[in-house]
Design a binder for this molecule. Structure first.
Ligand code: FAD
Ligand code: NA
Length: 387
């Protein structure tokens, strides 16, 4: 058949943003190829058929941004609830309010501290190690917050996230470990925050709802690449190493195993996210999805709740790549892939997989808007060469 004006590989937030802008503003005919059976990438969610609770299928997704342009843009497709994200952490039979804050410090050390007293206490404990002398993650963390808080709230959790003892992990995995000397326990500190009122999939479907946009699901780009490569501009948001046949070696990722279950209670844990800091508990977090939408309470099946236990590990072939590991070896490979990507004619690489970067949703959208402004619009509207 007739070639589209633009092919996009991947129907995640990056690809959908590019598609929407090119179809809506430039009138281009856009074809999106997506290998999964659904659009939305990792932000995809669906209602659990038994309980009617919305479940985020690739891990809990909370929208937040301080970027005015991104906020205005996303509000064209959905409105947001006033949900404010908070996280709690279990350790040795107690539940603490995270991130590290005055309530946690008071509870953990068993007495009240003024902000100044708490600051002095943590500074004294952190003086055990000088930050510039830290040679691994454990020493770095102790240098920032002291040993007691490190051992309770960082050590076990980090060991489970990385399946590696923190003394074996690089110091530069953490740059800062902020401690709030207030009772403010909102997880994000962005201007805007909330969940899409009628769910992620409704939002993401609306982005693609344009007569010039065709989404072809269950279609792997590599099975049809010869039809398009070198013939039309392509925006590729899949893994950059895979595009080049892993010629420079595979980039390493961490993945998360998500074990979903329906439990026989109205309320399993009283909040959306509880971290498990004890090292002998195998999961890192439990998510209870109904708490992300308290305004939907009457629509949820009474007496039941959907929870997910999360287990973190290194990704192997065939696993979902979630977080770049980013070793020195990975960074060296990435430089070579970037050179190959720059030299690949008529193909732009974007999104978290195409750039090997952890991107929050607002960052994926912001970066797609920049690619549209700086590359695609000049090309299609003014004939500037695509590179
Ligand atoms: P993706 O969403 O990964 O989309 C890429 C798409 O490309 C996928 O659908 C994939 O199937 C498709 N694809 C790949 N290769 C091919 C191919 N060869 N052919 C066809 N299709 C292909 N962000 C937040 O802002 N808040 C959060 O709370 C949050 N929580 C997260 C939790 C987890 C566990 C993870 C992993 C991410 C989280 N994020 C969160 C980040 C969010 O998921 C990303 O910002 C978003 O997914 C980026 O969109 P993307 O389009 O770049 O990539
Ligand atoms: Na220190």
């Amino acid at each position: 058949g007739q070639l589209p004006d633009l092919v996009i590989v991947g129907a995640g937030l990056f690809g959908l943003t590019i598609a929407e802008r090119c179809a809506e503003e430039l009138g281009l005919r856009v074809l999106i190829l997506e290998r999964r059976h659904h659009l939305g990438g990792n932000a995809y969610s669906e209602r659990d058929p038994e309980t009617n609770v919305e479940v985020h299928k690739y891990g809990a997704h909370l929208f937040h941004t301080s970027n005015e342009r991104v906020w205005e843009y996303v509000n064209r497709f959905t409105s947001f609830t006033d949900y404010k994200h908070r996280v709690f952490g279990k350790y040795q039979g107690q539940v603490y309010s995270l991130p590290l804050n005055l309530a946690l410090i008071n509870q953990f050390f068993g007495r009240s501290h003024t902000p100044d007293e708490a600051r002095a206490l943590i500074a004294e404990q952190a003086s055990e190690v000088a930050t510039e002398d830290a040679s691994n993650l454990e020493e770095k963390a102790i240098s920032l917050i002291g040993r007691p808080l490190y051992e309770a709230f960082i050590k076990g959790y980090t060991a489970k996230q990385w399946q590696t003892d923190p003394t074996e992990l690089s110091a530069d995995i953490i740059t800062r470990l902020p401690v709030r000397y207030t009772f403010q326990n909102g997880w994000f500190s962005d201007t805007y925050e909330g969940l899409p009122v009628d769910g992620y999939t409704a939002w993401l479907t609306r982005m693609s709802d344009h007569p010039n946009i065709e989404v072809r699901l269950e279609t792997d780009f590599f099975a049809v690449a010869d039809d398009y490569r070198g013939k039309v501009p392509i925006v590729y948001t899949g893994p950059v190493d895979e595009y080049f046949g892993n010629s420079e070696g595979r980039l390493s990722w961490r993945t998360v195993d998500l074990e979903e279950s329906v439990v026989d209670t109205d309320d399993f844990q009283g909040t959306g996210v509880v971290n498990y800091n004890d090292q002998d508990v195998p999961w890192t977090r439990i998510i209870e999805f109904k708490h992300f939408h308290p305004e939907r309470e009457k629509t949820h099946l009474p007496g039941k709740s959907v929870i997910v236990h999360e287990y973190s590990r290194f990704a192997e072939e065939g696993d979902e790549p979630y977080y770049p590991v980013n070793t020195a070896d990975d960074r060296a490979k990435l430089l070579k892939y970037r050179e190959l990507a720059d030299a690949e004619p008529m193909v732009l690489f974007g999104g978290r997989l195409g750039t090997y970067k952890y991107l929050d949703m607002h960052m994926a959208i912001g970066s797609a808007l920049s690619m549209y402004d700086n590359k695609l619009k000049p090309h299609f509207a003014e004939g500037v060469e695509l590179k």
